[in-house]
Design a binder for this molecule. Structure first.
Ligand code: 3EB
Length: 343
């Protein structure tokens, strides 16, 4: 068990996200600028390094490793259930919590609520007590995300547990996030995050109601995330894009129309980039070689259609991976997250 040791002030934070197709995980982890490596799907390696996390979402086509390059030297360790790695400016953390048996007071699906609460209480304490107290970005992966009815749906229970674990939070400083469903029947919630020594600037989307202000119809606890996060001033880092889908205002659009949902999602990104560029005019207005996208597609059979549509839209200008994953609203066929910087 260990904690990140205090480090003197250093150069500004640096983060570069690579999708690596040809380099093995051991070679990547041997580099001292590597803050994190994410492996997707059944074929992803199993490695004990705290900088490595295996995410059981099946990629479509060749399976890359996602590599976060930061500033060497990176230090890494474990503290209880938390794996961490840091470089003096940024911290990658990951926690995996098995869902406990629920208890009657919480009704159906309280196991996911309790696991989310536990994960978020642990990571919130850890981050607050570290030299990297500012949450920039969080990813949440849980099995069977839309199982259950009404307020007992697992995603809604997750939202309640996440908010309880966050404790007293200020909606204006919430991180960018993704919450996506796995299909592996492993009732273990995975949360990983990026936090920093200095705060980023959250960005909301002018086409969308802020998620933390969603009306009651979507559950008792609105989702606690910002639409995007601009990196700390002076950082050599991309804009961090939250999971984005065909949600306009607060409503899902184009139920049953896959490609219309894709177009709406891309329109949401155009608006989000516009809002981010008002504060960071150097960001490109369009996705390009400095963008990395993760495209989550609910139905396996839709994967080739989405891949073709993205090819038509972006050609090979925008690096991306497609993953078979379940979106947190049943009518949403796809969701996209990623990072966006100058190429
Ligand atoms: C949406 O716009 C789609 O609960 O952390 C996207 C990104 C979504 C993050 C989360 C949920 C989350 O509401 C869902």
């Amino acid at each position: 068990m260990s904690r990140p040791s205090p480090l003197p002030p250093g150069p500004p934070p640096r983060l570069q996200v690579e999708y690596a197709y040809d380099t093995g995980v051991d070679a990547l982890l041997a580099r001292d600028d590597v803050l994190a490596v994410l492996g997707f799907g059944d074929g992803a390696p199993r490695v004990g390094d705290p900088r490595y996390l295996r995410v059981p979402l099946e990629p479509y086509g060749a399976a890359p490793l996602e590599v976060w390059h930061a500033s060497a030297p990176v230090h890494a360790g474990r503290d209880g259930a938390i794996a961490w790695a840091c470089d003096g400016q940024l911290l990658f953390g990951a926690i995996e919590i098995e869902e406990p048996e629920g208890h009657a007071g919480e009704g159906d699906n309280s196991g996911i609520l309790l696991a989310a609460e536990h994960a978020y209480r642990s990571l919130t304490r850890f981050v607050a007590g570290s030299d990297y107290p500012y949450m920039l970005r969080a990813w949440n992966y849980l099995d069977a995300i839309t199982q259950g009815e009404g307020d007992a749906e697992r995603y809604r229970r997750f939202c309640v547990g996440r908010a309880r674990g966050l404790g007293d939070f200020d909606a204006s400083t919430l991180p960018a996030a993704t919450a996506i469903g796995r299909c592996d029947q492993d009732r273990t919630i995975q949360v990983y995050w990026l936090s920093a020594r200095s705060p980023g600037t959250p960005v909301e989307n002018p086409r969308q109601v802020s998620a933390y202000r969603y009306p009651r119809q979507y559950g008792p606890q609105p989702p606690t995330f910002a639409r995007a996060m601009l990196p700390p001033p002076g950082a050599d880092m991309p804009l961090l894009l939250s999971g984005t889908a065909a949600v306009v205002g607060h409503a899902s659009r184009h139920a049953g129309e896959l490609l219309a949902q894709l177009e709406e999602t891309l329109a949401n990104f155009d608006a989000l980039l516009g809002a981010a560029r008002a504060r960071a005019p150097e960001l490109p207005a369009r996705f390009g070689p400095g963008t990395r996208l993760k495209v989550y597609v609910r139905d396996r059979d839709d994967l080739p259609l989405v891949a073709q549509a993205l090819d038509r839209h972006f050609g090979d200008r925008v690096p991306r991976m497609l993953l078979h994953a379940v979106i947190c609203r049943r009518e949403l066929a796809l969701e996209i997250d990623g990072v966006h910087g100058a190429g």
